[in-house]
Design a protein around this ligand. Structure first.
Ligand code: NDP
Ligand code: KPL
Length: 318
């Protein structure tokens, strides 16, 4: 491992699949990483974090700097938020507690405008950014993470103190640089809102259908009817994005469709939430894009039907 001198202090708020994976990669690259946990605190404090990665091989971080309360964490330069979007508002006190006054808070989450609900709860001096993770990773037990494929994180700026655009861009580059230093592909994104719409081209069909149909990506891609449904849902996301002023490149949906055929059988994180009776990220992944498209005069009827079916399932699951 390399020297931690002059490297930013990184806090992981929510050490699940995403938080654990990227936190371990950064720690192994020599960053000073501190992990906030909840239900898995005792297990990870005792045994550390283990990643079974199909890309990097087995990775272990033991001991890991673990905390059950943000008050105990050192002041961090970067906070990577790896919780589900369903708990964002409740997390504000922990983020404020663990942040240096000018810290950068990076939400590693799916969904549209997930930063918006958190922004008013944070000090104006904090920079808020979004990170789009293109990765297949899940928890298999306390502190045990399986990484099946991919891994990139694309970073964009949301909001913060009044500074020049170039200074904001430098912060985004710094964020992408952290991941690259840990051997992870990372690009700076000029428009976070557009990038969040783009990521939804995958999440809207696959996350919801995995729950509704009880299927991972391999059976979904092997069946003629689910293939038609996925393509129709993808086309609606592209239409919704366009209505909101974001042109998604022609061929992007086809690219994701083909990419998914090549992926190992993958159960999206929404399916894991369903299976473990946790709230589904329906607001971030469905309700907000539907509302934004509707406000722009665009009805997305297939996505709406999927969303309402998932709301029914979610209410009966908790
Ligand atoms: N998994 C994936 O491959 C991908 C996930 N994403 C997105 O990344 C985000 C995170 O997903 P994922 O990592 O799968 O989720 P996980 O459920 O694996 O992880 C969430 C973690 O947050 C912790 N947590 C929640 N609330 C608190 C709290 N108040 N204090 C401390 N810890 C807390 C949970 O702890 P506890 O166990 O106690 O609940 C859990 O460890 C989601 O928005 C998801 O859509 C994006 C791309 C790919
Ligand atoms: C789409 C995928 C599998 C990889 O791009 C992902 O990142 C997700 O589950 O949100």
């Amino acid at each position: 491992m390399s020297e931690t001198v002059n490297k930013p202090v990184v806090g992981i708020i929510g050490t699940g699949a995403i938080g654990g994976f990227y936190g371990v990669m950064l720690a192994r690259a020599g960053f000073d990483v501190h992990f906030l946990l909840r239900s898995e605190f005792c297990a990870v404090a005792e045994r550390g974090l283990q990643i079974n990665s199909a890309v990097h091989g087995p990775l272990t971080l033991h001991p890991a700097n673990t905390y059950s309360a943000a008050e105990d964490m050192p002041p961090c330069d970067w906070l990577l938020v790896g919780t589900k979007t369903t708990s964002n508002v409740g997390l504000a006190p922990a983020i404020i507690q663990a942040a240096k006054p000018d810290a950068k808070v990076l939400l590693l989450q799916n969904g549209l405008d997930v930063e918006d609900s958190l922004r008013p709860l944070l000090a104006d001096s904090l920079h808020l950014l979004g990170g789009l993770c293109l990765i297949c990773v899940h928890r298999d037990g306390p502190g045990l993470i399986t990484h099946q494929a991919l891994g990139a994180v694309n970073v964009g700026y949301h909001s913060g103190p009044a500074i020049a655009d170039a200074a904001r861009q430098a912060i985004v580059e710094e964020g992408a640089g952290l991941f690259r230093a840990a051997g992870i592909d990372s690009q700076a994104m000029a428009n976070l809102h557009q990038a969040r719409w783009q990521k939804l081209v995958w999440n809207i069909p696959y996350n919801g259908l995995s729950v509704l149909l009880g299927a991972g990506t391999t059976p979904l891609m092997a069946d003629a009817d689910s293939r038609v449904l996925i393509q129709a849902l993808m086309a609606e996301v592209v239409r919704g994005a366009k209505a909101c002023g974001h042109d998604i490149a022609p061929g992007y949906a086809d690219y994701l469709f083909t990419m998914t055929e090549k992926m190992p059988d993958y159960w999206p994180s929404m399916y894991h939430d369903f299976r473990h009776k946790r709230p589904l990220e329906l607001e971030a992944i469905y309700a907000r894009p539907l509302a934004a498209a509707k406000a722009a005069g665009c009805e997305l009827s297939r996505i709406d039907a999927l969303y309402r079916s998932l709301c029914f399932i979610d209410r009966g699951n908790l």
